[in-house]
Design a protein around this ligand. Sequence first.
Ligand code: FAD
Length: 389
Amino acid sequence: MNHVVVVGAGLAGVRSVEALRARGFGGKITLIGEERHRPYDRPPLSKGVLLGETDSTVVDSDLDALEVDFRAGVSAKGLHPGVVETTEGELAYDGLVVATGARPIRLRGDGPQHVVRTIDDALRLRSLLGEGTTVAVIGAGWIGAEVATAARRAGCAVTVVEAADTPLAAALGQVGAHTVPWYAEAGVDLRLGTMVASVDHGGLTLADGSAIEADVVVTGVGVRPATEWLAGSGIRLDNGVVTDEHLRTSLPDVVAVGDCAAWWSRRYGIRLRVEHWDTALGAPDVAAATLVGDAAVYDPVPYFWSEQFGHMVQYAGHHDGARLVLRGDPAAEGKPRWAICWVTDDDRLTAVLSVNRPRDLVQGRRLIEGGQRLDVDRLADPAIALRDC
Ligand code: FAD
């Protein structure tokens, strides 16, 4: 293999370059990305950047030392066997890494709606947040909650409109209800069970015909894998680029990583597409191994975190129909410290959510990886360390 092309210069793309070199690949590597920036981290965009604490989140990676031909502002438009079609002509490859991430979903309407996906989005939005500005955030998911946190800190009047009957419903189901009081405490007007019909000039129109006036509308209703450029290529797509447990796609010498990849999880026996930083960080090493012919399997316990309304929220694992065990009191005075464990029928931990209890996350993640049976009665006692359950 002489030439590897990496499409998408986000975290998964740059990590793929690093992993190829770390595995001894000495051939040519070309990294193309449609943004005109060096690869950067996205988690701080809705946190430190919006809060005004930082302006740059560029990934600490020495592209010169990696001897990568990095082409910023170049998009892939199509894929044929052995050739990526780009906005600057054709690029022949022997190996290809698809790392094009995801794009935010926008809602109907001709009013301006902001999203937070890129550093440009975050800086633009930040410049609009100020004392007395009215902000409507659509979606009480991870991004919506973090944007609401930053907007309140900037002195804005914030309304969050959520179609489901709890925040974080897509990720956590009813467990997300425990975060409802955080909105009121932060002075945010949270409207649950409320559908937006359209984003208009001056605010939102709701499905019941009423309106919410806002100077700034931020849409945070999720993302879709950025795979439109692969249409017609013959690669298998199904909620992202379908891969096996080695991150190999249906096309020869093509692997996929990060937010755009729907990989087979040996651990959970299902296909997962995880739109979180830890996946973009960890998957590229397996993808690089696959390309250079080393044997490796991608089988992590997925992990993510969110910082919202002064709370550190962390989650590891995957839950599906497992029963819940609560540790601690979510309604406790002051800063609550609690966790929820998802436990299988045979008493094994399958997922853990921790709020201001980072040790539960670390220990819970190890228990999920280990797969041992637990004493569920002890699990419910927050005074007992998870590793001793
Ligand atoms: P991306 O970071 O999306 O990078 C893909 C790159 O490919 C982009 O630059 C894109 O422009 C480019 N591209 C797309 N199509 C093409 C094309 N056709 N040709 C060339 N280039 C293309 N995760 C957490 O775990 N915790 C958090 O707290 C957290 N906070 C987040 C906050 C925000 C605001 C956002 C947006 C994400 C957050 N995430 C968080 C998720 C995490 O950042 C993503 O999972 C991670 O960025 C995925 O990396 P990626 O490289 O797969 O995709």
